[in-house]
Design a protein around this ligand. Sequence first.
Ligand code: ADP
Ligand code: MG
Ligand code: ZN
Length: 476
Amino acid sequence: MTYEAVIGVEVHAQLQTQTKLFCACSTSFGLPANTQVCPTCLGLPGSLPVLNQRAVELAIRAGLALQCELAPSNQFSRKNYFYPDLPKGYQISQYDLPICGLGWLDVSVNGSAKRVRIRRAHLEEDAGKNLHEDQKDGSGVDLNRAGTPLLEIVTEPDLHSSDEVDAYLKALRELLVYLGVCDGNMEQGSFRCEPNVSIRPIGETRLGTKVELKNINSFRYAREAVEFEIRRQQEIVEEGGTLRQETRLWDVHKGQTAVMRSKEEAHDYRYFPDPDLLPVQLDDAWIKDLSGTIPELPGAKLDRFVREFGLPEYDAKILTESKELADYFEACVQAFPQPKTVSNWVMGELLRELNQQGLGADASPISPERLVELLRLVEDGTVSLKVARDLFPELYASGEEPAQLVKRKGLVQLSDDAQLGDIVETVLAKHPAQVEQYRGGKETVLGYLVGQVMKASGGKANPGKVNALLKSKLSA
Ligand code: ADP
Ligand code: MG
Ligand code: ZN
């Protein structure tokens, strides 16, 4: 029997606010343990939560971009459970009335389009962090992260392979970063995912027993964990076993998933509306204002780059992966309207340097203006393409004016007919055998002679002119 995988994904995206969801503590990452806490996020008796308006705004932005139905009135609930990193004994989350309802995200999977339905997205607070390493006695708890605002985005079980999961996660992260909703930093845990995986015989429409893979913070681990889990489940079913609904963890070192706990049900959490927080009423005018601030999104930008600039889809995809890079490209094209030439330089020379340093295009030491100056030098024949390419790393590092650097290094392309003529004559005089061969009909030696002239000129000769000069002298 053959099986298909069925996968739904939950993503926890940290919202880019200065302060926590229900108190004024900072959300900065990496400060000493328990230095960003107050009675509210410590869960001390008598403290009261006050909702962060900016977090609601970011959730609405995400909801709008994901085409979600926004709930005019939504509600916070308490999700009750005990764990040392949760001092209140409950997490403030949304349950039956999430802020964002049904929506979708279109993604491209190996070149074909796929629509992934969003089931819901809700606001909730993060928990703290248990510390097990470098503690003198036992374990510690760091509550700096407790109360940090998260948006949990949940898909329908629409995905069927690790490729689809990968494409969805990357598209969602890119979208949230574009929107300024989330910084997308996976190492710091700002974007974490939980794939829910089940299998079923092909043709079956009911869902199989699912396993939830907890807290994965890299695209690669998500892919590996999903692939492992599909294989594991298939093997169990093929051997006549039964699957258990459970939560499993991805073990990075062993490359396998392992049971964390058997799956709890919603009723185990005894959800109930938080009596300290009023329902959140979304004002129509506010939503309208916010929809006016949604920038052009990655998918639309990609389509436009293909349409407007005539770029191959491959180029457009790379250039629109971040808003900063897309802006950089457009600034160049505005000043130098040859999109494919600009694209080659940006995707090649520029990205190579930026990636090496892990920089975004907005932090590029070479500005779009400077890059365009270099392209102009190539276009008007002042330098050869090869010289320009070779110079790029130095320009990138120094930020110097391209024309100045070219002059300083004596790299101006040699296009003067008289000067080139002299070099050509010298080369011809030195290679009588090749001249003979050419005149005897072996035209391929021309390339060799061009090479010799280029060498003699220190790489500065204008190759087009050299070609023409050689031909005319050889046929004279
Ligand atoms: P839970 O309450 O356990 O978190 P939900 O029903 O809320 O489960 O679904 C959580 C995620 O799991 C959603 O993305 C959903 O699409 C997905 N999902 C639900 N059932 C299955 C299943 N049988 N196989 C794969 N994914 C599933
Ligand atoms: Mg879940
Ligand atoms: Zn606080």
